[in-house]
Write a protein that binds this ligand. Structure first.
Ligand SMILES: *Cc1c(COP(=O)(O)O)cnc(C)c1O
Length: 437
């Protein structure tokens, strides 16, 4: 074999501990506030997750049961060297990408869903409830509940529920109960549903329904991004990547991923941020966002995590918890606030950010280039990460610098072909024009 394309770990190399950055942060993380909201949490949340949320331990053991679930989900995942993409750009940069698109449900979200479902089962909880907007989180939790033998109830914003039938069917295949929200199932939902059974719903109503349903003593509520324990579970991505760079005898100068609430970005970069903070390494971290919801360009202040003000307030970069955002295909990037950990690092100057135009034409074109050269179809959210990596590679081409660019591809786009078609006009492409290219 000639040049290598893939850096692979064996199952024995699977990291045994998650990295908790809290004790290494440049200043203590401002605590969540709101007495009433905080008091409700122990009844609603998985005990172990709540405990991990505040932990000051640097390294947290991954239970054997979770390691087994990670292995069943295909971990460790390969790190690829993007040689074909490098050649297409003509860059001296060395580009590497992490393959979270190999996830059984199509996104990195299974990394925390599996850990949460495992802890819930261990605690004797019988059912997990959650809300979902784009649908990736609902699918990941449905899958995780199926793997450990828990029931799963999903409240899905009615407007999206109708539209994404394939994803809904996948959740049903995993055995989840999926309700269009507002539903007649809860008090909050029924009030709205009785007035208008066609109510389009919103993420805040769906959160309220999930939380109300979790008051059942046998149930708990699960969260898919933003919180400290979610980012910590996701560090499995970056910890594997560290081992892979060691194996490759290389080290990143620039690390990139897309950012909605911050879980895939955090999971990918935080172990490396630890090396910057403690070992004096130098890496540029870039979070790729949409101009539709560039939360890292918002204000750093206390704000609610939800529209309905049910959650405690978190200190974070936010655009305001009741702001309405225009629809985009990369729906997972449409959230008002950024995780408190990433926000604090941004405030201290460790995180750069870029926001791409909300028509998404440019990012989808870059996703097309990636698909044609590397062969993997990225999720619309991941297209932002790819666009940013390509921009950096072009910068290297101009300056002649052979930098090492590492980027995360958070998911696959097999269920997002409608979005690709709408943005790129695939169905309207003339075969003759294509041949002339
Ligand atoms: C949910 C999602 C995101 C955005 O969420 P983060 O918590 O910021 O990672 C990005 N990519 C994919 C594929 C997603 O499903």
């Amino acid at each position: 074999m000639g040049e290598s394309y893939q850096i692979r770990l064996s199952t024995d190399d699977l990291p045994r501990k998650w990295y908790n950055i809290l004790p290494d942060l440049p200043e203590p993380l401002p605590p969540p506030i709101g007495d009433e909201q905080l008091q409700r949490l122990p009844e609603l949340m998985i005990g172990k997750c709540l405990e991990q949320e505040m932990s000051q331990e640097n390294w947290i053991d991954i239970p054997d049961g979770v390691l087994e679930l990670y292995e069943r989900a295909g971990r460790p995942r390969p790190l690829f060297r993007a040689r074909a993409l490098e050649r297409a750009i003509g860059t001296p940069a060395r580009m590497y990408y992490k393959s979270e698109f190999y996830s059984p449900t199509g996104s990195h979200k299974v990394n925390t869903a599996l850990a949460q479902a495992y802890y819930a089962k261990e605690q004797g909880i019988e059912r997990l409830t959650t809300e979902t907007g784009a649908g990736q989180w609902g699918t990941a939790l449905s899958y995780a509940c199926a793997m450990v033998g828990l029931k799963c109830t999903i409240y899905w914003v009615r407007a999206v529920y109708r539209w994404k039938k394939a994803r809904r069917n996948l959740m049903n295949l995993f055995g989840a109960q999926v309700f269009a929200s507002p539903s007649p199932n809860t008090k909050v939902g029924k009030e709205l549903y009785d007035k208008n059974p066609e109510h389009p719903g919103s993420l805040s109503i769906a959160i309220s329904e999930g939380l109300e349903d979790a008051q059942d003593p046998k149930a708990a509520y699960s969260l898919g991004s933003v919180l400290n324990h979610v980012l910590m579970h996701q560090t499995i991505i970056g910890l594997e990547t560290q081992k892979q760079f060691e194996k490759a005898g290389d080290y990143p100068d620039i690390m990139i991923s897309c950012l909605g609430g911050g879980s895939n970005f955090g999971g990918f970069v935080l172990p490396f941020v630890g090396e910057v903070l403690k070992k004096g390494k130098k890496i540029k971290f870039i979070a790729a966002q949409s101009k539709a919801a560039p939360n890292l360009q918002g204000e750093y202040k206390y704000d609610y995590a939800d529209h309905g003000e049910i959650t405690p307030q978190l200190k974070m970069y936010t655009l305001g918890h009741q702001t309405e955002f225009p629809p985009i295909r990369g729906d997972g990037l449409r959230y008002h606030g950024c995780s408190p950990i990433i926000s604090l690092l941004r405030k201290h100057g460790y995180i750069d950010t870029i926001a791409y135009p909300q028509d998404e034409k440019y990012v989808f074109e870059m996703a097309e280039l990636f698909t044609r050269t590397e062969g993997f179809l990225p999720a619309p959210e991941s297209a932002y990460s790819i666009a940013c990596a390509i921009d950096e590679a072009h910068r290297c081409k101009k300056t002649g610098e052979a930098k090492v660019i590492a980027f995360n591809v958070s998911g696959h786009g097999f269920m997002d072909m409608v979005g690709y078609d709408e943005v790129l006009g695939l169905s309207d492409r003339s075969p003759l024009r294509e041949m002339a290219k």
